[in-house]
Write a protein that binds this ligand. Structure first.
Ligand SMILES: C[S@@+](CC[C@H](N)C(=O)[O-])C[C@H]1O[C@@H](n2cnc3c(N)ncnc32)[C@H](O)[C@@H]1O
Length: 387
């Protein structure tokens, strides 16, 4: 296996030179020799590793008992070398997609944990989906999750089995605030219960994240960063270093206001655009409470962005969902009046594609990758662009 491609797949070549993409649970290290079941297509092959012939000496025993089958994490056997593997993967992606560019890498601190996890209850068992399957892997603890969430798993199972919570098969989200203490369970209908010493109690209160000087609240269903304290620190340090300031901050795909909260004081005006009605209501409250009066709009950011958006001195910050920006939006951003743009993306391939689409008008000034999703092959990419 020669190198790691974006998404954590190992790249090898068949004897006829055809590209071979290999997938393995628990991480692949470049240089390892493996056996794999391969399906050959016209121009490439795709395979799953079935046995290691030589193993990288850095490989460690997984610290999670279900790591080999659970679809939640991929890098348990990489241990402390996981961040270095991801760095190699990002390096490969950026070099192939963007050429020789400078970029900075921020590994995750060892204590970063997930503050929300999605579980499935099938009427008898509670767990995560197996890799590539909708079959359940029952779990009674999750070392990738914040400790109170992991400790709440047996309590959730008890309540589902005993009928204290709705028994019908469905997906559940367990979430906690920052610092991680209180635990909420939310069902598919958005109904939420808080875990108390004597059981689960219906709850309408928001989750609260104390992130240094910033407090952000949101309903349990709204999007928020998976590891909030680590994400706020990593984004905060990066954006602080870029010293962005000016007239209007356009926080597009703004969620409940994380970037407006982190950057808002450096701008005279703030405008947040987000499609989720509930998220916008929370953004308004959050920013108001921080003394950062902002115009917060419920809108499709893609459709909302006009030709000629902003003026010199303004910042357009875009943090779209994984699929990235549409070609039409990239086209309209070519004529923006603003001269600074920040693009955030958790799918590196879509992110590089969008940088290339923006390139006619926008020059890449700085690039960073943040390991916001430890134990998985996902990475948050952030670019600073100038007109
Ligand atoms: C990756 S999240 C970023 C949220 C926020 N920037 C943060 O870091 O907490 C993407 C956000 O875009 C919102 N969204 C998805 N499609 C959208 C659209 N077409 N227009 C506006 N917002 C959208 C989602 O609801 C979600 O809150």
């Amino acid at each position: 296996m020669e190198r790691l491609a974006w998404g954590g797949k190992g790249v090898a070549h068949g004897s006829d030179g055809r590209l071979l993409l290999l997938e393995a649970p628990l991480a692949l290290f470049p240089g390892e020799t493996v056996e794999a079941q391969v399906i050959w297509k016209a121009h490439h092959g795709e395979g799953r590793v079935t046995r290691w012939i030589t193993r990288d000496p850095r490989r460690v025993p997984a610290a999670c008992p279900v790591a080999a089958v659970c679809g939640g994490c991929e890098l348990w056997e990489a241990g402390g070398h996981g961040p270095a593997l991801k760095r190699q993967m990002v390096e490969d992606l950026f070099r192939r997609q963007l050429g020789e560019v400078d970029w900075t890498w921020r590994p995750a601190p060892p204590e970063a944990r997930r503050h929300r996890i999605q579980l499935h209850w099938d009427g008898t068992a509670l767990g995560y989906f197996r890799r590539h399957s909708h079959a359940l892997v029952p779990v009674s603890a999750c070392p990738a999750a914040a400790e109170p969430l992991s400790a709440a798993l047996p309590r959730l199972l008890d309540a589902l089995e005993g009928g204290a919570l709705p028994h019908r098969p469905q997906r559940w989200e367990l979430a906690t605030g920052t610092p991680a203490r209180e635990v909420r369970a939310t069902d598919e209908r958005g109904r939420t219960w808080r875990l108390e010493p004597d059981g689960w109690t219906r709850d309408e209160d928001p989750l609260r994240h104390d992130l240094g000087a910033t407090v952000l609240k949101h309903g349990p269903g709204a999007f928020f960063q998976v590891s909030p304290p680590w994400a706020a620190q990593a984004f905060g340090d990066l954006l602080e270093g870029w010293d962005l300031r000016g007239g209007t901050l356009f926080d597009l795909y703004g969620g409940v206001g994380l970037f407006s909260a982190l950057l808002g004081r450096r701008f005279v005006h703030r405008m947040l655009v987000e499609s989720g009605e509930e998220a916008v209501a929370w953004a308004r409250q959050n920013l108001e409470a921080l003394g950062l009066s902002s115009e917060c709009l419920v809108a499709d950011a893609d459709a909302w962005v006009p030709e000629g958006l902003g003026a010199p001195g303004d910042l357009i910050l875009l943090d779209p969902p994984r699929a990235g920006l549409t070609p039409g939006l990239c086209e309209r951003l070519q004529t923006a009046g603003a001269e600074t743009l920040v693009l955030v993306g958790c799918d590196g391939a879509a992110f590089c594609r969008d940088l290339k689409r923006l390139a006619p008008a926008w020059r890449l000034e700085a690039l960073a990758a943040l390991d916001l999703f430890p134990l998985t092959s996902l990475v948050e990419c952030v670019a600073l662009l100038r007109r």
